[in-house]
Design a protein around this ligand. Structure first.
Ligand code: DGJ
Length: 728
């Protein structure tokens, strides 16, 4: 949009509003909800409603009257984008220092429009402007009708003659009315990801945030839920899921205001990040995502998963490659002979691809451990004299694909890269270096570093066109944040780092649009919906103990679809191989075990399980997920995936409490089936020599299975049971 012309239009728009001297109602409707905004007679734009939509949208104009005349404060509390430094005294969404040092901002309605992007998507754009300073804000609301999802973001334009500073620049400023609010937030650490906590929101501000630099998750994932009036259950209650789509430092403030309404202000974290905008420049914030359901957490998550597969996750409706990874079977200790054997094992196992992990690069400082070599992306000659290309070829000769691990944003101090380009490394010039896993982060705010990182991936594909997959790791946070490139503009660093990363990822996707890539991070925690537009899957946790994974995957599944969850079978636990494989099958199945050491029955089981997985994976990946029994409340966890036609469901059941005589004592009710259809049950993934615990000949109606249910007979002798529910 022409910047100058918008300013010329402003007086006309204000005059038009004055002449009307009446409030303008702006509504966004999705299948079940309405978000209603109002530009009032003072040209302030406020949220006046977010809830079930009305049968007649004309009646939104009665909302203000129904809620009563606003007092002086309400308008500020309900602002769609609360500015700092004028009348507002609550937490702002935007705070600006103008070119003359003045810190006040007051945003008034200029205009709005609604564009129909597709049958399902609409984009509402609202222009707001300060009447004293040439600061203009455009608010965007992209609504996805079927899934009740809204993405919101803003663009801030500096129309002044000098530089302004954005001290806060949120993406969204929501306003919710309810009797009470309950926040479900997550915390975690390495191997302990996604631990939920639910509490009633009290007055004041609750802040969720991250300052880790390279990733949003790990300690405090950006995803959260707010239940209204009472904590939502799987199938009941009003609940809003939210998340900022940003892979770096984020901040979400939940403020229960003096009138008991909830304000949610979410965006990039302004911590150490005052951002300069030169004359004529603009800044666009990342989207904030929300979905609102009145039918509980299960419904909200199915909508979000459906939305993600269709609109955000790369190739969300495509397929994925099952794989054998060598990380936990070899760590850094491998050579061509060992890898040749693993390629054969990959074929024997029946998976699609072999994934070569960390340790294949570095010559002056070979990557034989995690202290050296990171950054030197040339094959280690002593380990791989014939290079990656001979491995890719070897994989092809064995009838499998080949994927490779990289960690391109990082550098070991003991590396040629560090020696050549110390100025590319994030570190304080006058302080001691401080490491996370013996490594430092490269300065992606620097375009030369962006070229280097792009080049790592590009070279791999250029030299190995048959390369099928990238595991993109990220094992360090940013300590001692300082960019030699940014010089005096250090407060731009955290934001410019992320923009640099997104720039690299966009370039990769422009050249290699669909090649699958895993968003990985030791200790999970690098998943968010901005990154997922470039990645086909993510690594939920290094913790692959299947009992732990039942809990970790359960919580991730509220926000992310199963097709995005990379689940590897490893030797982290002594639980039976069947339990490990069954849990990993609730997503994108992979293996990281020594196939040659498997007992004959175990090998037979995994080979059969891979075949079974190929048979039902489309139901898990593209179907609707129903959480049936919560592992935090029951001795047995149960989860089912149902295909769109409701003809097939796959039901996974796990013993999660190993105390004496625990198990499934009662039938477990299924969900999402067709009550009128007749179904038969079949136990799959049976361990060789064991018998099914269910009667496979008995047909049941969907009605019966959903009202009465079926007992999968989970007990200490049958700790993991997978049932296929098939319509006749
Ligand atoms: C952390 C990842 O989570 C592991 O799977 C493995 O790739 C290592 N990094 C390699 O260093």
């Amino acid at each position: 949009m022409n910047f100058k012309s918008s300013f010329l239009l402003l007086p006309l728009a204000l005059i038009a509003l004055k002449n009307n001297a009446q409030a303008q109602v702006i509504s966004i409707e999705t299948a079940n909800n309405a978000l209603v905004l109002q530009a009032d007679d003072k040209h302030d734009v406020n949220t006046i409603y977010f809830g079930p939509k009305l049968a007649d949208s004309k009646e939104y104009s009665h909302l203000a009257a129904a809620y009563g005349k606003d007092n002086d404060y309400t308008g500020q509390m309900a602002s769609v984008y609360t500015p700092a430094g004028s009348r507002n005294l609550l937490e702002p969404a935007i705070a600006v220092s103008h070119a003359d040092g003045n810190q006040s901002l007051d945003l008034k309605y200029v205009s709005h429009k609604i564009d129909k992007v597709s049958d399902d998507i609409s984009l509402l754009t609202i222009i707001l402007k300060d009447q004293v300073y040439n600061t203009e804000v455009t608010l965007y609301y992209k609504s996805y009708y079927k899934d009740d999802v809204i993405e919101q973001w803003s663009t801030i334009k500096n129309g002044e003659k000098g530089t302004i500073v954005l001290n806060k620049f949120a993406s969204a400023d929501l306003y919710l009315k309810a009797g009470s609010f309950y926040l479900t937030q997550y915390h975690g650490d390495w191997a302990k990801e996604m631990r939920p906590e639910t509490s009633q929101i009290t007055h004041g501000i609750k802040t969720l945030d991250s300052k880790l630099g390279t990733r949003a998750d790990l300690f405090q994932p950006p995803v959260f839920m707010v239940s209204m009036d009472k904590p939502a259950t799987e199938d009941e209650g009003t609940v809003l899921y939210g998340s900022i789509e940003w892979s770096g430092n984020y901040r979400t403030d939940l403020e229960l205001d003096p009138e008991n309404n909830l304000r949610i202000i979410s965006g990039i974290n302004n911590y150490a990040s005052a951002y300069q905008l030169k004359a004529g420049e603009s800044f666009t914030t990342p989207p904030f995502l929300s979905v609102l359901s009145r039918n509980g957490k299960g419904d909200a998550s199915r909508k979000l998963q459906h939305w993600a597969r269709n609109y955000k996750l790369l190739d969300g409706n495509g397929t994925r490659l099952t794989l054998l990874n060598n990380w936990e079977s070899t760590y850094f200790d491998f050579d061509e002979t060992k890898l040749a054997a693993l390629l054969k094992d990959t074929k024997k196992l029946g998976v699609d691809m072999f994934l070569l992990d960390d340790g294949w690069f570095g010559n002056k400082y070979p990557r034989n451990g995690d202290h050296s070599g990171l950054g030197d992306w040339q094959e280690t000659k002593t380990k791989l004299p014939n290079g990656i290309s001979s491995l890719v070829k070897g994989a092809g000769d064995n009838g499998v694909k080949f994927g490779i691990w990289v960690e391109p944003e990082m550098v070991n101090p003991k590396s040629e890269l560090y020696e050549k380009h110390p100025d590319w490394v994030i570190k304080q010039p006058k302080r001691d270096e401080y490491y996370f896993r013996n490594q430092l982060v490269l300065d992606l705010s620097n375009p030369a570093v962006q070229d280097f990182v792009f080049g790592i991936v590009d070279n791999l594909f250029t030299h190995n066109p048959a390369l099928a997959y990238i595991k993109w790791d990220c094992n360090a946070v940013i300590y001692n944040a300082y960019s030699a490139y940014l010089k005096k503009d250090q407060s731009q660093f955290y934001v410019d780092y992320m923009h640099g990363l997104y720039n690299v990822l966009s370039r990769i996707r422009a050249k290699y649009p669909k090649v699958p890539m895993m968003l990985c991070s030791g200790g999970g925690g690098r998943v968010d919906y901005n990154a997922l537009q470039y990645f086909t899957e993510f690594w939920p946790s290094d913790n692959t103990d299947p009992l732990e994974r039942v809990f970790i995957q359960w919580e991730y599944s509220y926000f992310y679809p199963a097709i995005a969850s990379s689940n590897h079978v490893t030797d982290w636990s002594k639980l039976p191989i069947k339990y490990r494989v069954d849990v990993a099958s609730m997503g994108k199945l992979g293996f990281d075990i020594v196939i040659s050491k498997l007992a004959q029955n175990d090998l037979q089981f995994v080979q059969d399980a891979v075949k079974n997985f190929n048979g039902f994976k489309s139901v898990v990946w593209q179907g609707d997920q129903y959480r049936l029994l919560d592992p935090r409340e029951n001795a047995v966890a149960s989860i089912a995936y149902v295909n769109e036609a409701k003809t097939t469901a796959i039901m996974f059941n796990y013993l999660v409490n190993y105390r004496y005589d625990e198990g499934s004592k009662e039938p477990i009710r299924l969900k999402g089936l067709d009550p009128a259809k007749q179904y038969k049950l079949k136990e799959i993934n049976l361990y060789p020599g064991t018998n099914s615990g269910v009667d496979e000949n008995q047909p049941y109606s969907g009605d019966f299975l959903m009202k009465i249910g079926i007992n999968p007979h989970v007990n200490s002798g049958r700790s993991s049971v997978v049932l296929q529910v098939q319509a006749q």
